[in-house]
Design a protein around this ligand. Structure first.
Ligand code: F6P
Length: 349
């Protein structure tokens, strides 16, 4: 029986969103279903903003960054009558199913709507942060790591010319996946992440040791969520001055690199500079790996809709794309396990 399937992208954008939209649409159209694009995440279902999704709309979007649907961090649970409006609009549009492409926030909402209101939804794990549980990797992460690694490579050459310490601040929110992976790939001399908070004193000691060995430049990668941590036990989170939190309760991180570079220079006497990669990590074309992963996720999501396996999320486990319960994906943040940090640490100092 022909179905009408809604698709939305929520939360921070990331490379590969369009590849998922293309794959879901393509497979659903092949099966004779209709697809409705929902504009700007959950906001589109609250406010009733939609767009046609057909062969024309998905043509040429595979390599394009961003999302043709737009995205927001609107949380219907934090909006007056939001959940009721979502359910009303879902019914009014004659939708049979919904594919929600997002991270812990977007999929957290999907999980609640499924559990509490039986909304027929399936999820696709998106985020450059790679912090979703129940999947080995989220799409978008590989591209962010690629961009950060390229930046580290470039910073190496200028660091070497000027005998400087280059501090590179990367995104990742409360996990250090991007920092650890780009740090390993780029040959960082120190990596600071929230999960394994090396103290500022220890980081400076690593740099001094390296310089004693005859190296006169260094690369330090710091994750935006790293709290400046001291031997005294003091910890300091650096956040931007901004509206306190978003609708999901997140502070706007950023700025730790600047403070760290200042402290390194004061404590070691090594001239230091900082580069904040920021949203560059989220922009532009996805890597081939992300295009492929996003495509496989999109096809799986369409299959889950076909089977009626709602309340699930497409996930990567090993080399297989499988279905996992949505609630397992959002139950807790997937942090960097110690064995990954050990790989990075082998090259510190
Ligand atoms: O979750 C993705 C992410 O890019 C985080 O790494 C970062 O902390 C946050 O989003 C930035 O959000 P915004 O786009 O609202 O500045």
């Amino acid at each position: 029986m022909a179905k009408k399937v809604g698709v939305l992208t929520g939360g921070g954008d990331c490379p590969g969103l369009n590849a998922v939209i293309r794959a879901v649409t393509r497979r659903a159209l092949t099966r004779g279903h209709a697809i409705l694009g929902i504009r700007e995440g959950w906001r589109g279902l609250v406010d009733g903003h939609f767009m046609e999704l057909g062969s024309r709309e998905i043509s040429g979007i595979l390599p394009r960054g961003g999302t043709i649907l737009g995205t927001t961090r609107t949380n219907p649970y934090k909006t007056d009558g939001g959940v009721e409006k979502v359910l009303e609009n879902f019914r009014a549009q004659g939708l049979d199913a919904l594919v929600a492409i997002g991270g812990e926030d977007t999929l957290g909402v999907a999980s609640h709507l499924f559990a509490e209101h039986d909304l027929p939804v399936v999820g696709v794990p998106k985020t450059i942060d790679n912090d979703l549980s129940a999947t080995d990797y989220t799409f978008g992460f590989d591209t962010a790591v690629f961009i950060a690694t390229e930046a580290i490579d470039r910073l190496h050459t200028t660091a070497e010319s000027h005998n400087r310490v280059m501090v590179v601040e990367v995104m990742g929110r409360h996990t250090g996946w991007i920092a650890v992976m780009s740090g390993i790939a780029g040959g960082a001399d120190v990596i600071l992440i929230p999960e394994q908070p090396v103290t500022v004193e220890a980081a400076c000691e690593d740099l001094r040791r390296r310089h004693e060995r005859g190296k006169d430049f260094s690369i330090v990668v710091v994750s935006e969520g790293y709290e400046l941590t001291y031997e005294s036990g003091e910890k300091r989170q650096v956040a931007q001055e901004a509206p306190a939190t978003d609708q999901f309760g997140h502070v706007r991180l950023g700025g730790v690199g600047e403070q760290l570079a200042r402290e390194i220079e004061e404590r070691t006497g090594f001239e230091s500079r900082v580069t904040v990669l920021g949203h560059v990590q989220r922009g532009g074309s996805p890597t081939p790996r992300d295009r492929i992963l996003a495509t496989r996720y999109g096809l799986k999501a369409a299959d889950l809709v076909e089977e009626g396996s709602f309340g699930t999320m497409a996930a990567l486990q090993g080399d297989d794309i499988v279905a996992v319960p949505l609630e397992a994906a959002v139950a807790e943040l997937k942090t960097v396990p110690p064995h990954w940090f050990e790989v990075a640490k082998a090259f510190f100092g």
